[in-house]
Design a protein around this ligand. Structure first.
Ligand code: GLN
Length: 190
């Protein structure tokens, strides 16, 4: 049984938990404490408000321990706000975990596109298109070093991977499609 943590201070925790509970061989675990963090094989940082989640990571003293766990190879997946937390660079503000070689712009889609739904092929994940839900989503402006682009929309990067780190500016937890969650779980074996 693989224990998949969900950083549970704020955001799309229930949605990720529900998706994980439909996958065989996986136990979702809410992570708020160091003890819980140390018990999981991988961690999802959900969507929500990146500044709020960052503040709570500091208040609960988990920012440094989490950074160290990710640096030592624990698979991590940031969806939307989670992607912002992983980035080494955020346009116009200070970065948080500073781990992934991506440069990010928050709330990057214009007003009309504030929230939208589309679908795209992500060849590394599957050979048929995945449904993509965007909610006040960030964009990855550029990737560097070992970070690899997984998906682009009109030249804008919306998914990337760097070794044990996965980042998507969309929310698979708001769809019934489990392929992105399964792709992440497979990263545990890598
Ligand atoms: N706009 C949020 C932020 O900047 C991210 C939105 C989301 O996670 N859906 O933190």
């Amino acid at each position: 049984m693989k224990k998949i943590g969900i950083l549970s201070y704020q955001g799309t925790v229930a949605e990720h938990k529900k998706a994980l509970s439909k996958i065989e061989g996986v136990k979702p675990v809410e992570v708020k404490t160091l003890e819980a963090l140390n018990s999981v094989d991988a961690l999802i940082i959900p969507g929500g408000e990146s500044t709020t989640i960052s503040k709570l990571l500091n208040i609960f003293g988990l920012m440094e321990p989490l950074r160290r766990r990710i640096e030592s190879g624990m698979p991590v997946w940031g969806t939307c706000a989670g992607l912002i937390l992983l980035a080494k660079e955020i346009e116009g503000e200070a970065a948080h975990l500073k781990l992934m070689d991506i440069s990010v712009k928050r709330n990057a889609f214009g007003r009309q596109l504030d929230s939208f739904y589309t679908s795209r092929l992500i060849p590394r994940v599957d050979d048929s298109p995945l449904p993509l839900v965007f909610i006040r989503a960030p964009l990855i402006k550029s990737v560097s070093k070992d970070a690899e682009i997984l998906c682009e929309i009109d030249g804008n990067i919306v998914a990337a991977k760097q070794n044990n780190m996965l980042a998507t500016s969309f929310h698979p937890e708001f769809t019934d499609d489990l392929r992105m969650h399964k792709y992440f779980i497979d990263m545990i074996k890598e």
